[in-house]
Design a protein around this ligand. Structure first.
Ligand SMILES: *[C@@H]1O[C@H](CO)[C@@H](O)[C@H](O)[C@H]1NC(C)=O
Length: 256
């Protein structure tokens, strides 16, 4: 009896939390304008609008979409989406980049959720449904066990063979340098030109400003930044920009 009552109360309270958090109305499964949709469809639209950069600065994945996002990042759809991004990089590189091959052709990559996957971490942390704990995330990163994103790894190697200089520009902090190098090398990345991490001064800036400063520095050193692959808009926005930017899917967290 007590168990059933408790079960009912728990069920009711989580129902109440989702219902108040959502734009989607859990009672009659309609959007604000009255369109009848499923929860899956509601969360799909949340995810697409994150990728379109209409939804910004979110600190957690909405509670009612945690299960949907968890399924997405474990799905073949996520891998197909990522492969498509990389395929577009290849197309651009082969048709629109007259490389000078003078050692000044450059390409930039993010690290997390671009070269290495943090999905195993977020699997244990409610798929972005709980507020990010930097201590805990950095602890996980320092173990150096992040798997590679396989399509990115292939493209990384193809780029290298064209003689393009590869710069890894990450919002990871300097104290993670050796763990990051070990992790990258373990899963097959090698031969980059420079690994740029955030030093104490850069930590005073937002990630977007830090990354723009890095591009400015590279360009003033004579590099032509043909492209960037990243999973966050803060990797591309601001000036100077790269000639093209390629956004990989990431509905788990937002970095500004
Ligand atoms: C963040 O993670 C650390 C390390 O796992 C833990 O000690 C700490 O209590 C966490 N902080 C919060 C606010 O959950």
């Amino acid at each position: 009896m007590m168990g059933r009552l408790l079960g009912f109360l728990l069920c009711f309270s989580s129902f109440f939390i989702s219902a108040t958090l959502a734009d989607w109305n859990i009672l009659n499964q309609r959007t604000k304008s009255g369109l009848k949709i499923s929860l899956k469809s509601y969360c799909e639209s949340w995810r697409i609008n994150v990728e379109l950069h209409n939804i910004q600065d979110f600190t957690v994945v909405p509670e009612e979409c945690v299960s949907y996002i968890g399924k997405y990042v474990a799905s073949s759809q996520y891998h197909v989406d990522s492969e498509r991004t990389i395929e577009e990089c290849r197309l651009y590189l082969s048709t629109s980049c007259p490389l000078k091959k003078d050692g000044r052709d450059a390409w930039l990559f993010d690290i997390d959720d671009t070269l290495l996957s943090t999905v195993p971490y977020f699997k244990k942390h409610h798929f972005g449904g709980e507020k990010l704990n930097l201590t805990s995330l950095e602890g996980w990163m320092s173990n150096g066990k992040a798997p590679a994103l396989e399509h990115s790894l292939k493209f990384f190697d193809e780029l290298k063979s064209t003689g393009v200089q590869i710069f890894l520009v990450s919002s990871r902090r300097e104290h993670l340098r050796s763990a990051t190098i070990d992790n990258l090398v373990d899963v097959g990345y090698h031969g980059w030109t420079r690994l740029i991490l955030r030093g104490p001064d850069d930590e005073l800036n937002e990630v977007q400003q830090y990354k723009a400063n890095v591009r400015k520095q590279l360009i003033s050193n004579g590099f032509r930044i043909w492209g960037i692959v990243g999973d966050q808009y803060s990797s591309f926005e601001g000036l100077p920009s790269a000639r093209r930017s390629f956004k990989l899917p990431n509905p788990l967290y937002y970095v500004s």
